[in-house]
Ligand binder design. Structure first.
Ligand SMILES: [Fe+2]
Length: 254
């Protein structure tokens, strides 16, 4: 399996604290059936700054450590960029890192409590530059939980999204789990990833999430998500199913 969102680089954000942690995470990922991981440290999230050149250097070194330790896991380049008014300045300074540095797909994080007013403009400007934003864990965003229609609009405008595997299996609570299911049912998500930060509570739960998806929606839905991640790895376009609008509430009932 391929994991497109993971905080496995040591000492750069709130993920792995040191090389020992990173090696343990890598071993757990392999045990969980994962062969390729995109390392996606936080960038511009008000706490962490991790520019492209630094990440490239660190991914190279961590891949070497995996080889030295006989861990069959391949690390790929990535970054989780918080939506920020400086995002285009950072892009001009060549600090932004798309997945595999292919200039096509970018993990974009919204603040957990809201959707900034300029979000649609950022998505539009990125698309104009040939970069498709993949909005990470929309199911955990409070404004989107309250306003499903807004998520539909963002996807309709061309953004892709990624749900966190832990959300699907209930690790973030019932309401996030239930919104995750609604997002899947309305074709508003295109990837499932771990967003792993450690080997404990935020580990590699990809397989568990896929088992749940298969049970609820059938194996073809699991294949859809797995194939989309494979497409990214091959530098090809993922499949995008037509988003389904949410039905209007009638007398307060769906
Ligand atoms: Fe993340």
């Amino acid at each position: 399996m391929i994991d497109i969102h993971c905080h496995i680089i040591p000492g750069v954000d709130d993920g792995s604290a040191n090389i020992e942690d990173s090696l343990n995470m890598a071993k757990k990922a392999v045990e969980a059936g994962i062969t390729h991981v995109f390392a996606t440290p936080h960038h511009l999230n008000e706490k962490y700054v991790n520019v492209k050149s630094d990440i490239m250097d660190r991914v190279l070194r961590l891949n070497e450590s995996f080889l030295l330790n006989n861990i069959p896991l391949t690390l790929h380049l990535g970054q989780e960029v918080r939506i920020h008014r400086d995002i285009f300045t950072s892009l001009e300074k060549d600090e932004i890192l798309t997945l595999d540095d292919n200039g096509r797909y970018l993990l974009l994080e919204l603040p957990s409590g809201r959707v900034p007013t300029y979000t649609q403009e950022v998505i539009y400007e990125l698309l104009l530059k040939g970069i498709t934003p993949i909005i990470v864990h929309p199911e955990r965003n409070k404004e989107l939980i309250a306003n499903h229609k807004l998520l539909f609009e963002l996807v309709q405008e061309g953004a892709l999204t990624q749900i966190t595997s832990g959300s699907i299996i209930g690790n973030f609570g019932k309401s996030i789990q239930s919104f995750s299911k609604k997002i899947i049912e309305h074709n508003l998500t295109h990837f499932i990833a771990t967003d792993a930060h450690n080997i404990g509570t935020r580990g590699f739960t990809l397989q568990h999430a896929f088992e749940t998806i298969t049970k609820v929606y059938g194996i073809e839905r699991t294949f859809y998500f797995k194939e989309n991640a494979e497409q990214l790895l091959k530098n090809q376009s993922p499949a995008v199913e037509k988003p389904v609008p949410f039905k209007k509430k009638i007398l307060g009932i769906f």
